[in-house]
Design a protein around this ligand. Structure first.
Ligand code: OSB
Ligand code: MG
Length: 373
């Protein structure tokens, strides 16, 4: 299927509630939508890079530049319209996984719409409903944290994740455990610690946590392995799990026991599936992380999370948990069992609302094959 034109849109959506991690507080989300047009169909992808380089080095501006000056011209030049072929060939360019992933996701959506199949079927998924968890940012007080947890549990979420950092770790964990002795609880440090703080982290073993996500910075597989040796709680890698090769090394070093898969961080669906398959072979459970995506990016994640080795509740929550008005219809909802039903229509299976996209757009550019010849 020949792609006739590609649109890049820079969007900004206000969050319903601020989201604070060890690297700061966000009140709104900035991201890029990629739209591919071919034969009356439109494929949608989301680039999860944020306004600032805090989670990783990528930003909406670097991703825009890479897409416009490198990845899109390359796609047109070599007619890389098949997502798997695109993924293989685009590796010639180093880095910028979120920019690559956004384009690959749009190719998958387009492909699936052409075949009239939902993405989960294209991927070989094995479930129609996925377990939903919620990720709660750092709050101003422990009582506010407990209140938020209570309301999410009332909505049915199966697992609670709280963000931690120095001076907001043992105390909130102890208080939350006291109030909610039975819940599935995990914590995420977003790389805020160093190995010097090993003893402080080991105190988290007292709270029956499902996992401790990314205590150390991204390129620190070794220090993770040193902590894991001394901790009962399973470490989970997020920022460090950048590719199937990185995951293999983490496995061989014993840097953790669980992997958080994010399509943006690893550069696309192909790499995510490689990590999934390797992990399955080695009996390492994985789950699907989130980047506060709009409904478009989240729908993509939901389809991926139907694969067999996704074993824990995901950071995939209802539309209303993130945005007053999500970009899709129907919005993503939580069932009374704390699950999300996998959309059944072709492609991402939900319908992007163009009027809402327009309202949230800060910048738009259209690219055609002829622009580069
Ligand atoms: O580390 O998992 C993370 C959001 C932005 C950047 C990094 C992370 C997160 C989350 C939110 O935890 C997960 C979600 O989308 O619900
Ligand atoms: Mg994380």
């Amino acid at each position: 299927m020949r792609i006739e034109r590609i649109e890049l849109l820079r969007l900004q959506l206000p969050l319903v509630h601020f989201f604070e991690t060890s690297f700061g507080r966000e009140e709104e989300r900035t991201f890029i939508l990629v739209k591919l047009y071919a034969q009356g169909l439109c494929g949608y992808g989301e680039v999860v890079a944020d306004k600032d380089p805090l989670y990783s080095y990528e930003t909406t501006s670097t991703a825009w530049l890479m897409l416009k000056d490198y990845f899109i011209p390359f796609l047109f030049k070599y007619s890389l319209f098949h997502p798997q072929e695109f993924s293989k060939k685009i590796k010639i360019f180093k880095g910028h996984p979120m920019a690559k992933a956004g384009l690959e996701l749009a190719l998958w959506d387009l492909r699936a719409k052409e075949k009239e199949l939902p993405l989960w079927k294209m991927y070989g998924g094995v479930r129609r409903e996925i377990p939903s968890g919620v990720s709660i940012g750092i709050q101003d007080s422990v009582s506010q944290l407990k209140e938020r947890i209570r309301s999410f549990l009332d909505e049915g979420y199966q697992r609670i994740k709280i963000k931690i950092k120095q001076k907001w770790d043992v105390f909130p964990c102890r208080e939350v455990r006291k109030e909610f002795p039975e819940i599935l609880l995990q914590v995420d440090a977003n790389g805020a610690y160093s190995i010097k703080e090993k003893e402080q982290l080991k105190r988290l073993d007292g709270f029956d946590l499902l996992m401790l996500e990314q205590p150390f910075p991204p390129y620190d597989l070794w220090d993770h392995s040193q902590l894991q040796k001394e901790m009962q709680t399973s470490l989970c890698l997020d920022e460090s799990a950048t590719s199937a090769e990185a995951v293999r090394k983490a496995y061989e070093m014993g840097s953790g026991r669980i992997i958080n898969i994010k399509v943006g961080r690893v550069g696309g669906i192909e790499e995510a599936r490689k990590i999934h398959d390797f992990s399955e072979q080695k009996s390492i459970p994985v789950w699907c992380g989130g980047m506060l995506e709009s409904g478009i990016g989240r729908a993509h994640n939901i389809h991926l999370a139907t694969l067999s080795n996704f074993k824990y509740p995901h950071d995939l929550s209802a539309s209303r948990r993130y945005y007053a008005e999500d970009l899709i219809e129907p919005p993503i909802k939580i069932t009374s069992k704390g699950t999300i039903k996998v959309p059944g229509l072709p492609g991402i299976g939900v319908v992007p609302q163009e009027d809402r996209i327009r309202k949230a757009t800060l910048q738009k550019e259209t690219l055609r094959p002829g622009d580069y010849s």
